[in-house]
Design a protein. Structure first.
Lengths: 249, 306, 306, 249
């Protein structure tokens, strides 16, 4: 494992934090680290900024993300990576579609390539890293459009040449289902699955024999369409199949 | 072009490069992918009677000479496994790896595997880092003998016994397992990794299994020792990363090989690379089939002259 | 600057980096060179009762992850050894490695070593490739116990027991050796090398010992297992090539380390490199002496929190 | 081990052979290989030609050298290396002093840098690789000067800026003893000792803690003068000290 030191931790909202760290890591937007701190597990985390110093932005879900959020400037922080492929370079008109912490991964891209950003969250308090002119959707309408980010985006889909997507599997599934097959844009989607190794050998992140960690995490929309398991079931830590209850993530 | 087809027990295989248990074989989709990308056959992740989540991450740690892992035998349990493979198209090319803590568990698992339409099991008698199963069972010659007798007595499965290298006398263990149709040699070496800045262990379970290039010399020795004494069918595994590595195992008596950690370095092209290298080697060295080199270095007197 | 001095049994050493047995220690001139170039102490090549020429070349084979060797315990025999060291200036920094086939041979050797003015022996209970000595003796707990009792009973030598990792239960062996002043862990792993074009073994003796970077994870596990159970003084050896490697051994309980195969990569500067790296590490991590990190990862609870 | 194929074997005299082999080996004059063929041991052997294809030149002493001499064109031949340092590049007037098969090692140098060659052998039949104008000494006077190559060379020593020496230990010892300390030439000597590993770890080739295989094989005369063991004793395969009987090699 590599290690580096925390430069600063910034609180973005009630449970989202950005941690900037001191390391000469060379990564491209869309890549992730396997991150570890004492007291936690090792977890995958996208770089939300791939410039130098780089950063991650995360929501405190459980023990590990909480342990990370408690780090102070100067504390050590351990990682492997960067792993995974990266978002292809765009040309023409660009859109970003983020659901939940999916914005963390897209943020590294947004910093490099201007585009229209569509962000979805449950409610206003869940929003973070918002930039000027972002198109916001909330489930409860507490900010921006009332509804899903998919519904916010769809009417505008025809405008774009390159579209980058990162968010919960059910959101991505909805997007794919609602987009016509004749859409002109190139659409790239970063997927998320349970990851144990991050380097393509443990099989815990695989969808139809395709490893999210090594063959992805970023796929074009046709690749995702061909995954018959996508949006239907995921696997738990034992490898057991767990079907998605519609709408739940 | 030289033939690289082979045979283990009664199982005829198009080519001798198999997927090892525990690497890219938790999902049926990946097993199928390996078969499509050129594996002669694939061994599943080891399956137990009930679901196990395995250890917390970190469960792997890459080191200069290979890999440390303590995944902890995570698996969905035999019933979920059988369910997932209900309509699997290539059951004859799948070897189901099973682990248990006693004769009865192995017996339950084997029967269920057979009912589900598979005809081959690999017995994990060698996982070095989970209490009460794996090598803790597999280091006891009497238990090994009983387990194999039970399965051979009550099923018509082909039985491959995967043995532990972490023992004083591997040959004695192999002899206890002689009712098996083949030996699989070797599982990982018991090992530890240390992180000097956090001063913590590299794996959440502390002790793990060591695989990859660094264990090849030990695996070769295991194959040599066991082949010399038993002349039985052997599947060689441990650190095979190139076709040259594979040839070394064949020369010492292996009839097939498994690859695991090599995926880190070579990924799926590993199958075609080894198969091609092997076939080119046989051609250029003047052999017409793989069988011609199996064990030639061990057959009596072949190594005289050093 | 942090202190890197250490102690093994009653032996206080300026620095914890020792020369391992069998590497650059056949001649007294080379032992002296190691001491001058910064070794804390040096272990001699293993000495037996009578002269042995060892095996024919090839006796070593370099591989990607380390080294295979079967030198075959070549040594001039104890009388020629004693003669060569008659006027040696630094006997207190030399640990004489001895091997034998039974209690009597070890007894003869130990007495002669003491008469010759040395005060420390390392017992080679672990060479994996010579019949009737080394690990064939060292795998038998009762014999190990007897040998050590005999030497401790009849000499005032400090006794270091160098154990074999090629066993099912290293801890049991360590317990049998508990009258020794320290454990040396580990000797080489039993292994084989194959040349695919000549289709001959890499070593004239066929089976050899595997050393170097590839065995480090196994050596770390051995040190961990034995330190956890015994808390005795341990000299760590096996694959140490950098100061980081050395730190790993100290964190798991070693109080000194030996280097062997690393000479291929680093040559004599190995001593100063490890000593400097170690001292810098202690300074920058806020420790004032080596002792502060010895075994910290094993002491109760230290690895909780993963 | 590497392997290559024999291109040709040429017989130089009753028991000396030159084997040229097909390999893109990159070696400098003075370096050696650890060479092996089935049926033999692994033995050190200097390159007598470091151009491409390279060659070795050897006398059939025992089982291994005999096995090598029986190879045919096309046969395989196995080696490790090249090992050891190399002769420094000369300037000014150059002399080579060879005793016995020591000429093999010097030959690679002679091919690259012109100089006066002094060759010693027991008798005429033992000579090999002789070039035009070589100064020959034989013990029995059957060719050239009657006496040792050392006695032939000494009167000419003052003429040279660079002198390269390779031969039996007793010959080299005699040379050193007879040369004054005030000799102006830079003198480089390639030593030979029993070698098991060739890579500096087994200690079987060491003289006063200096490894012939890795610290040498080539030393300047002062380094050799400082070796109190040189010319006094060598070691057998067990490491046991064996004193030289004067004049015997
Ligand atoms: C490629 C990738 C990139 C990610 N990037 C980000 C990011 O930039 N920001 C962010 O907030 N989150 C990101 N995540 C999710 C992040 O890994 C989880 O939030 C984290 O693992 C939760 O750990 P925990 O111990 O805090 O929570 P836990 O209590 O362990 O679990 C909370 C939830 O996290 C998920 N989870 C737990 N372990 C893993 C694992 N090993 N792999 C994947 N998911 C897991 C589970 O779905 C679980 O329901 C990413 C996940 C992946 C696969
Ligand atoms: C650096 C070096 C370069 C050499 N270059 C040449 C060369 O260019 N041409 C040449 O003819 N000879 C050379 N020799 C000597 C050559 O290695 C021996 O002739 C060869 O080892 C003999 O082996 P054998 O089995 O034929 O004879 P054996 O029957 O084994 O022994 C004959 C003699 O060879 C010597 N010998 C045996 N084994 C070794 C060994 N491992 N290392 C060193 N000497 C040994 C012994 O002194 C012995 O008396 C060189 C030796 C060294 C150390
Ligand atoms: C991540 C990982 C998981 C493994 N899981 C299992 C397992 O479940 N059952 C088993 O018998 N062997 C398991 N093994 C051991 C391998 O099947 C194989 O014996 C070992 O890795 C040596 O081969 P390699 O060097 O080619 O990887 C696992 C190995 C690795 C690296
Ligand atoms: C060439 C060689 C010779 C060895 N000879 C001996 C020996 O005589 N006695 C002994 O106890 N260990 C011997 N060993 C084992 C080493 O002392 C050491 O235990 C082992 O090489 C692991 O350490 P390393 O990886 O640092 O080399 C030898 C090792 C090598 C490589
Ligand atoms: S996380 Fe292990 S294969 Fe993807
Ligand atoms: S031949 Fe081994 S050290 Fe020189």
């Amino acid at each position: 494992m590599e290690h580096s030191r925390v430069i600063e931790i910034t609180r973005q909202n009630k449970d989202v934090f950005t941690l900037r760290f001191d390391s000469s890591i060379k990564a491209k937007p869309g890549q992730f680290l396997m991150l570890w701190v004492p007291g936690g597990k090792e977890v995958p985390m996208s770089l939300s900024d791939t410039s130098n110093p780089a950063a991650i932005t995360f929501r405190t879900f459980g023990e590990t993300t909480r342990a990370i959020s408690l780090l102070k400037a100067g504390d050590r922080f351990y990682y492997r990576g960067p792993y995974g492929n990266s978002y292809p370079v765009p040309s023409g008109k660009v859109a970003y579609i983020a659901g939940g912490t999916g914005l963390a991964s897209l943020n590294a891209m947004i910093m490099k390539y201007a585009g229209d950003v569509f962000v979805g969250a449950r409610t206003k308090e869940d929003l973070f890293l918002l930039g000027d002119g972002y198109n916001v959707a909330t489930d409860d309408g507490s900010a921006g459009f009332k509804g899903t980010v998919v519904d916010l985006f769809i009417p505008n889909a025809w405008k774009y040449d390159y579209v980058y997507v990162c968010g919960p599997e059910q959101m991505v599934k909805a997007l794919i289902d609602k987009l016509g097959k004749d859409i002109k844009a190139r659409i790239y989607i970063s997927l998320e699955r349970l990851m144990k190794c991050g380097i393509g050998i443990c099989d815990s992140c695989s969808i139809n024999g395709i490893r999210v960690c090594r063959d992805g995490t970023i796929f074009n929309i046709d690749q995702v369409r061909n995954m018959s398991e996508f949006g239907v079931f995921k696997r738990n830590e034992s490898g057991k199949i767990e079907f998605f209850v519609n709408g739940k993530r | 072009m030289a033939s690289i087809s082979t045979r283990i027990g009664t199982f005829s295989i198009e080519n001798p490069v198999l997927l090892a248990s525990g690497i890219l074989d938790e999902t049926s989709g990946s097993i199928l992918r390996s078969l499509r990308e050129g594996a002669g056959a694939a061994v599943t992740k080891s399956i137990g009677v009930t679901e196990r989540k395995g250890y917390s991450t970190p469960v792997i740690s890459e080191i200069k000479t290979g890999l440390l892992n303590a995944v902890g035998l995570s698996n969905p349990g035999i019933e979920n496994f059988v369910e997932e493979y209900k309509n699997f198209p290539e059951k004859r090319k799948v070897v189901v790896s099973i682990f248990g803590g006693n004769v009865e568990e192995f017996s339950i698992l084997a029967r269920r595997v057979e009912q589900a339409g598979f005809d081959k099991v690999e017995l994990n008698l060698s996982c070095p880092h989970v209490k009460g199963v794996g090598s803790e069972v597999g280091q006891d010659p009497e238990l090994v003998e009983e387990i194999i007798a039970e399965i051979k007595g009550h099923t018509s499965l082909q039985v491959w016994a995967k043995l532990s290298p972490n023992v004083t006398d591997l040959v004695a263990l192999a002899k206890a397992a002689q009712k098996a149709d083949a030996y699989v040699l070797i599982n990982t070496l018991r090992a530890i990794g240390v992180e000097i800045y956090s001063r913590k262990f590299s794996l959440s379970n502390v002790v793990g299994g060591y695989s990859g290039p660094g264990i090849k010399p030990v695996a070769l020795r295991a194959v040599y020792d066991v082949y010399k004494e038993t002349q039985k069918d052997i599947v060689g595994v441990g650190g095979i990363t190139t076709w040259e590595d594979a040839v070394e195992f064949f020369l010492l008596g292996a009839r097939a090989i498994e690859v695991g950690t090599a995926f880190i370095y070579e990924d799926y092209p590993i199958y075609s690379k080894i198969n091609k290298g092997l076939s080119d080697y046989l051609d250029s060295e003047g052999f017409s089939r793989l069988d011609d080199i199996v064990g030639v270095m061990v057959k009596d007197g072949a190594f005289k002259g050093h």
